[in-house]
Design a protein around this ligand. Structure first.
Ligand SMILES: O=C(O)CCC(=O)C(=O)O
Ligand SMILES: [Fe+2]
Length: 221
């Protein structure tokens, strides 16, 4: 398995060069300490508060009771980010810098970002999947930021990553430590969220290309 390099602490440090290099080399990048602890805490507090207000929904279509547990591919709950808080503004600002740098270096044509908070309760998972199939939802680059302070390895909940759609052996596994950012090519990198024994908080986001047409609809899952 590929060992992640040590990453200097701090939002936006020289992430972009590293990130671009990793995206080119292997299709994904892991940046521990990308987001400072103070912002991680604010984002997590906001997720918890919104969850308390009932703003999270089970990911997927339909209501909780309608799912057959063994046929579901994911069991987390999510809440779309719509701006409206200082912490979210900082998240969107950082992602805008990232978008511009990636476009400048790789001509990826990243256009807009959609992102949601996700909470995986103990035992929740998301089976191996791709975030996009060529042309289906315009997702080009996926990003995940973990919001778990003092996460312990024995709580599991890792993100398992393969380096191509047909790869059998996983390339790496990422522990969901607060502040770690993972970015990967949405159409090329299969990944899976393994169940944790504690609540696992994150933001997942997708940069999309500008391929919206008048009758094209991509409802949130
Ligand atoms: O939380 C993670 O580690 C990844 C989430 C994910 O794969 C997704 O929401 O599509
Ligand atoms: Fe995913």
């Amino acid at each position: 398995m590929h060992k992640t390099v040590d990453w200097p602490e701090g939002f936006g440090a020289d992430l972009h060069e590293y990130l671009i290099q990793e995206l080119v080399a292997r299709g994904y990048c892991v940046a521990p300490g990308y987001c400072p602890p103070s912002l991680v805490r604010q984002l997590r507090d906001e997720a918890q508060a919104r969850d308390g207000l009932g703003e999270f929904r089970l990911a997927g279509i339909g209501r909780r009771q309608e799912f057959q547990k063994d046929t579901r591919i994911r069991s987390d709950r999510t809440c779309w980010l719509k701006g409206g808080s200082q912490a979210q503004a900082q998240w969107f600002e950082a992602m805008e810098q990232l978008r511009l740098e990636v476009n400048r270096a790789l001509f990826m044509g990243l256009f807009e970002l959609e992102s949601h908070f996700a909470i995986y309760g103990p035992g929740d998972y998301y089976q191996r999947h791709l975030d996009a199939f060529a042309g289906n939802n315009g997702r080009l680059l996926s990003v995940v930021l973990y919001l778990n302070e003092d996460w312990q390895s024995e709580w599991d909940g890792r993100l398992r990553i393969w380096n191509s759609p047909d790869a059998k052996l996983a390339d790496t596994e990422v522990e969901p430590h607060g502040g770690t950012l993972v970015a990967f090519l949405s159409e090329k990198i299969p990944h899976e969220v393994l169940a944790a024994t504690r609540e696992r908080y994150s933001i997942a986001g997708w940069f999309r290309c500008n391929n919206t047409t008048a009758d094209w609809l991509d409802p949130p899952r």
